[in-house]
Ligand binder design. Sequence first.
Ligand code: F0G
Length: 420
Amino acid sequence: MTAPLSIFKCIECSKEYDIRDIRYRCDCGHLLEVIHDLNISIPNAGDWKASLDGRMGETAFFRYQDILFPSLPKESIISLQEGDTPLYDISHRFPEFGSLKLKHEGMNPTLSFKDRGMVAGVSWANDLGCKHVICASTGDTSAAMAAYAGAVPNMQGIVLLPKGKISPEQLAQAITYGARTVGIETDFDGCMKLVQELTEKHSIYLLNSMNSVRIEGQKAIGIETLHQMNWKVPDWFVIPVGNAGNISALGKGLRELYELGIIDKLPRLAGVQTQGASPLYKSYKNGYAELIPQKAKPTKASAIQIGDPVSYQKAVGELQHFNGIVEAVSETELMDWKAQIDKLGISICPNSSVAVAGTIKLRDAEIIKVNEDVVVILTAHGSKFSNASVEYHEDSSNTFANQTKTIDPSLHSLEMVLDL
Ligand code: F0G
């Protein structure tokens, strides 16, 4: 019998499972990782790399599929044309960096990076013949899952949301894409616990990032960025961290590129959290001795208001592999940096600005050195979080507030308000 192209492998005890098993954890309780035999899917890395430039007409998932998830049959793939997101070079505004680039994952079909994972996860569910898919969410996973499940005939999405803790735009996405939407009087960690209990009991396919198939799709973010940079590896990738799936995906994709010899050095990773929801940061400060789950405090970066990150162990593995660090930022820092990046014409969400604020903080502390090249992963579009923006700009005490003015409908008043 020939070896399978892809398997599940436990990140703790290395026990292996069939890739077509529906399971998210090993019998020992730890998370699984998908391992592909990349020597089969990419027999000649040089040829594969050379072929990519000629494949820009293909949707990103198809272009990179040989490294992302080669076992997924092409006919099962449900794509909404995610990927090929902009990589903005804002170095001219930030001369204190060697270069500073923003990979804008908010420019995906449902306006967040979650589409990268759902093209893999929902397509795999489709191939397995799953009729029901589910996730707990702070609003972006649910939007993406609802959209991709909606695109599959006879597939029903179900989303569990912490009631009152996601933005109206995110809620509208889940509803309009047709997901059965349940608000639960708890926080994200409470929803996450419940969804795990439910999927242990009922055959409903779980599409949170603890499903390692989703992580395979999210590897595309780092891989596509490096392709856009002509495979010149930056010194740093900086990324916001909530449930810690995306930093795990970033690390895994970069590791695989390195193992294939597509890139010749590894960047460093920096994960950034808010000060009120910073279990990974606290663990980092403590030498990763242990994860102490916390009750995450409310934050404008509501998508990362998470106190018990499911992919903690994977994230720590990647951070250690990439000589990584973890930073935490305040509400003022993250909202002030959101305003400053928005004003460049690049609309970002408060979760993304956590990473921007962290980047500046690390540069100020000279951990990121002058002349180092940095890529910040922006995870969602500002338009998904308009309340946070409006509240910031209406409060004149905020440093970068751009208050609206209301006048009576007269030319005189208009001239007055415009100082004409
Ligand atoms: N940024 C945004 C916009 C997010 O929606 C999330 C996570 C993250 C960053 C953090 O990524 O969890 O992989 O570390 N949102 C999840 C959700 C939890 O349900 O939408 P992570």
